[in-house]
Write a protein that binds this ligand. Sequence first.
Ligand code: SF4
Length: 343
Amino acid sequence: MPEAATSPTAERALLEVRDLRVTFHTRRGAVEAVNGLSFEVASGEVLGIVGESGSGKSMAMYSMMGLIADPNAEVTGSARFESTELIGLRPKELNRFRGSQIAMIFQDPMTALTPVYTVGWQIVEMIRAHEQVGRRAAWDRAVELLQEVGIPDAARRARSYPHEFSGGMRQRAMIAMSLACNPRLLIADEPTTALDVTTQRQILDLIRRLQGSYGSSVIMITHDMGVISDIADRVIVMYAGRAVEVGEKQATVGAARHPYTWGLLGAIPRPHTRKTVLPTIPGLTPNPHAMPSGCVFRTRCAWAMDECTQTPPLLATGSDLGHLDACWLPGEERDELRKATLR
Ligand code: SF4
């Protein structure tokens, strides 16, 4: 049964994804990296997608953008950007959207930027690939963008190569490049993972500020619930290719209902508590070739019971009808269990 993650944003959605599936056909059998994911992103909204490595969050984004090069990958379902269906578009048709309408900020700017061209040159190429504009005007715009993302002495630094920038500056340059054509949707794939906490804070503030001034929608992909608490309006928690909890940030962070989300929240460092050992989620994400039947989290869940061998549907189990989770635990016990877990 496809999992539904409908929300009040559906009617004004910029992006509407339905039953998205990414399957890799391997010698050892089919592996479902994304399994029936459905969600929407409204205009001007920041949607956070959170989960461990291998949860399928990046794969879902790459599949929409036609960035999965593996010939054994099969992508099905629907991803409508405004009135255009992205799934099944040819690369040439997708190029009309990439960069100009939907831009991505990648995790590692050192590999996303080309080492043999200056940062300014790369932004100019991005602008000229999508707009009829002369090289001089595009260069001036590139310098303006670098200034806007906080690169000091931008006119001079535009002539620097990526290796001459620090990690934080490279990520700022990537953000400048992604904003070059004023995209409607910005997909940020773990943009702060490789950065120290101070730079991480600055980059998140920058994305939030630019999202406000450019009016873009943002999908923020991260494994860090702390980042989600900072920046997201709405949240999808993913585990082993599926959405296990969906809702407004206040609900998913402040009143989480799924044991996996409790595990992620429990792993946020809290300097003012007396705990000396940071809690972790026991075990590992399941082998994609040997997914457990029923609830995919049951091999790591402290509350697993007989019913959990059946797949729980994603639905509202409390009074907030926009707050969905996929778990068989009785709805009325969740608050008590959450409080006891996150004490
Ligand atoms: Fe745990 Fe069962 Fe809920 Fe899955 S359905 S999260 S195994 S209690």
